[in-house]
Structures are given as C-alpha cells and as structure tokens.
Design a binder for this molecule. Structure first.
Ligand SMILES: *Cc1c(COP(=O)(O)O)cnc(C)c1O
Length: 441
C-alpha cells in the first residue's frame, strides 16, 4: 500500500492550504469551517449507506446514523424555528432542483431573479439550466436604484400566475424584504421559496430579516455564512404546512428517491456540529462582525474613490462598479488582485454595459476574512490595497473589437504575473494574512 505522504496529491493539498493562509479571500460565498466540522468529514461515517430517512432505511446497520441525522434535524429545527428540515441534499443546486421537482410539473411557471441581476442559475436561468429548460421561467429584475423591482415582480406574477416564486440572491448587496415577496406570492397563490444560501449566518445573528414567517420553504447551502460542510438543507415552515399539509413529505420524496441515492452521512454529522456552533453566542458575534466589516470595507473603498453599486452594502457583500475605468474592466481587476494576493471574482453589475464573460464589476464579501478574526482596521487596509491595484492597472482597457480581446488578455496576464508593483503588494498582503489563522472563532 502506498504511504499517504508519498502521494503527490497531499503536496497539492498543503500548497492550497498555504495559498489560503497567505492570501486574503473575499469571495462572499466561501468560508472556512472549524476543525470540529472538518474532522468529521473524513470519519468512518462516509463508508455507510443509509438510503431513506431515520428509522425508514433501505440498509441495515443504521442505528447510529439515525441518531446523528435526527440530532442534525433537531438542532436546525430549534435554530430556525421550523417544523421540518431535510439535511440530505448534496449541495445547494440539487436542493433547489428537489424543491422544483417536488412542487412542479414540466412546463409549469416559475419566477426567479435574473442571473444578471444577482440571482442564481437554479432560479430559472434560461436554456442552459434544468430549471430554465424544464419549466416556463419568468425572470424578474431590478429597478433604477439596483433594488428588486417589486412593482414589476407583481405585474409579472399577476400576468403569468407562477406556481413557484424564488426569493434569493448571490450578488445583491441589499437586504431582502421577504414579507413583500410573500404578499405577492399569496396574492397569486404561488409557493414562496426563500433561498438564503448567502445570508444564513446573518439571519441566525439577527442581522437580516428571517424568511421563516413568510416563506413556505427555506433552502440554504451549509458551506457559506453558515460555516458548515459543503451541503444544503431544505426547511418547511409552519406557513408551508398550512398551505400544503403534504409539503414536508413531497420535499423528502423529491430529495430521495427522486433525485438522490444514499445521503452523505459525514456531511450530516458536520451539519449537526455546525448547527451546534451556530447556536452559541460566538456565532452571533461572528454574524455581527461580518456586517461591521462589510460597512468598514465599503466606506474605505469609497474613500479611495471607488464606486459601489447602491453606494454601500446592507449585508455581507459589496459590488464595485468599475465602469468609469472602461467597460469590462472587472476581468483585469480580478486577475491583478489575485496576483497581488487578494482573490475575489469578476461580476456583472446592474445594467451591465459589457458582457457576463467580461463584466464591469468586482464582487467581494467579508465572511472569509471575518472568520479569520480580521476587524474594521484590516478592512481599511484591504480596501487600500484594492484601490492601489485598480489605480496601477487603469488604462489597461479591453479592446472594443471583440475578436482581439483574448489576445489582449493573454498579453495582459503574462505581464501582470511578473508586475513588480503587484508583487510588492502581494508581499504586504502575505505579511498581514499570515498573522491570522484560517479559523479564529
Ligand atoms: C451557492 C448558491 C446556490 C448553489 O449552491 P451549490 O452548493 O453551489 O450548488 C444556490 N442558491 C444560491 C442563492 C446560492 O448562493
């Protein structure tokens, strides 16, 4: 048998750990989880088949797995105050597909926020996704203030009579008014799914309105602000059971056997551990600090002269609008930031003038750096580094002629990876980053 330390994959894992430690991560959908959460992921639980649900399994030997799954459910029901939860979805996308499969027939109408306005692929993005191809997808968007356009949403709902309305975002710096969504869903008789993947931690910390009193179903990934393992949970609310007494059963049957086989028990255990951590006072402090850090970062970026969508943030994320540097500038900035030791992602902005592949914005968020224990003071420093990067590469504009863009970017990247200014910033970033552990809570 080959020894563990001889497999070069372990060298790569070490390399990735160094990368995460020496760099600053600003991707708002990522997080570092605790040693406790991570340790259980490599436990013996992963070798057990447990198709079915606690006390209703298709395999023997699940006495202990049952206890673990029941405890995970119990903790989440208490944490979110819901009567039913399913912890088996492999991740957020399969969880949304399960909700859609549970409630809709092929060709039924669903409504979600357009991807270009900050929605998610699984919310009915046309042509390339399951939800966009199998259902009649009507997408709503934003108003002139970059906020969800509820007037338009209501008009579309009255016209198209959707069976399901999805409220959830991936690149939207404002709070979501779930009560308003519910008013419209109730008016047209639609189910309301609140997809809180990005903001679960804020909801638990009381830093964002909870969707539980308003939505019929609440879905969340477990690896974003919830700070657990990769996975997802689907919750059915009291309001959901009032509308449809079979709702919990429909969701469970859609997850298994309709879309999945055996649950990943190691994830179930890790979700239970994360739920235990989220119920402690330290987690509330964490959620509050995510918000404080986001505000501090927004203020500092603006002081550096950068423009933000909506002039700031109401949650954990910020969209930097780079249109004043030329259309599509997000691509160059994201690459140069990465060279300078700060990784984020390029993103479209509301009314994107360029294209989704060459967007004009940068999306950043504070969940990762807050988990490392960084505070307002560090946010100011990071904002200054970002501003230095932007200032250093201004003028590096995408050619207007589309066919020459790839050649331009290839040359740009080749120059940037050995750019002295960017590498000097990278050194400063590394010095600071190294003093913060990946998980400080
Ligand atoms: C991340 C996310 C998902 C999908 O989760 P995956 O685990 O990547 O499949 C779905 N909805 C929203 C709003 C998300 O942010």
């Amino acid at each position: 048998m080959q020894k563990q330390n001889q497999d070069p994959i372990f060298d790569l894992v070490k390399k990735e750990e160094e990368r995460q430690t020496e760099m600053i991560g600003l991707i708002p959908s990522e997080n570092h989880s605790s040693e406790a959460v991570r340790s259980v992921l490599s436990s013996c639980l992963s070798s057990k088949y447990a198709e079915g649900y606690p006390k209703r399994r298709y395999y023997e030997g699940n006495q202990v797995i049952d206890e673990i799954e029941i405890e995970a459910q119990k903790r989440l029901k208490e944490l979110f105050k819901v009567p039913h939860v399913n912890v088996q979805p492999y991740s957020g996308s399969p969880a949304n597909s399960a909700v859609e499969f549970a409630l809709l027939e092929e060709g039924d109408t669903i409504m979600g926020l357009a991807l270009s306005s900050g929605g998610h692929l699984t919310h009915g993005h046309p042509k390339v996704t399951f939800s966009g191809r199998y259902f009649n997808s009507i997408q709503y968007g934003l108003d002139e203030n970059a906020r969800i356009d509820f007037k338009e949403l209501r008009r579309l709902a009255l016209e198209h009579k959707p069976k399901l309305i999805i409220a959830g975002t991936t690149a939207y710096p404002f709070v979501l008014d779930f009560a308003k969504f519910a008013e419209i869903a109730d008016e047209v008789g639609a189910y309301l799914l609140a997809d809180i993947s990005h903001i679960t931690g804020l909801v638990i910390a009381g830093e964002h309105q909870s969707p539980v009193p308003h939505a019929h179903i609440v879905m969340s990934t477990t690896h974003k602000t919830f700070r657990g393992p990769r996975g997802a949970m689907i919750m059915v609310t009291n309001k959901g059971l009032e509308k449809d007494p079979d709702l919990a059963d429909k969701i469970d049957k859609a997850v298994f056997p309709a879309l999945q086989g055996g649950p990943h028990n190691e994830n179930t255990a890790a979700i239970a551990i994360a739920a235990g951590e989220a119920a402690r006072p330290g987690f509330i402090e964490y959620g509050k600090q995510i918000r404080k850090n986001a505000d501090a970062m927004a203020t500092a970026l603006q002081q550096e002269g950068l423009k933000l969508v909506g002039d700031g943030t109401e949650n954990h994320l910020i969209l930097i609008d780079l249109t004043s540097f030329g259309d599509g500038f997000g691509t160059q900035v994201a690459f140069a930031m990465d060279v300078a030791g700060i990784y984020a992602n390029r993103n479209t902005i509301p009314g994107e003038p360029c294209s989704p592949f060459y967007p004009s914005g940068i999306r950043i968020g504070t969940p990762l750096v807050t988990t490392r224990g960084m505070k307002e003071q560090e946010m100011t420093k990071i904002a200054q580094w970002i501003a230095r990067v932007v200032d250093h590469i201004k003028g590096e504009q995408l050619p207007a002629l589309k066919t020459t863009r790839r050649v331009f970017l290839k040359d740009f990247k080749a120059r940037m990876i050995k750019d002295e200014t960017l590498l000097a910033i990278r050194k400063e970033v590394k010095e600071m980053a190294k003093t913060f552990p990946l998980f400080a809570w």
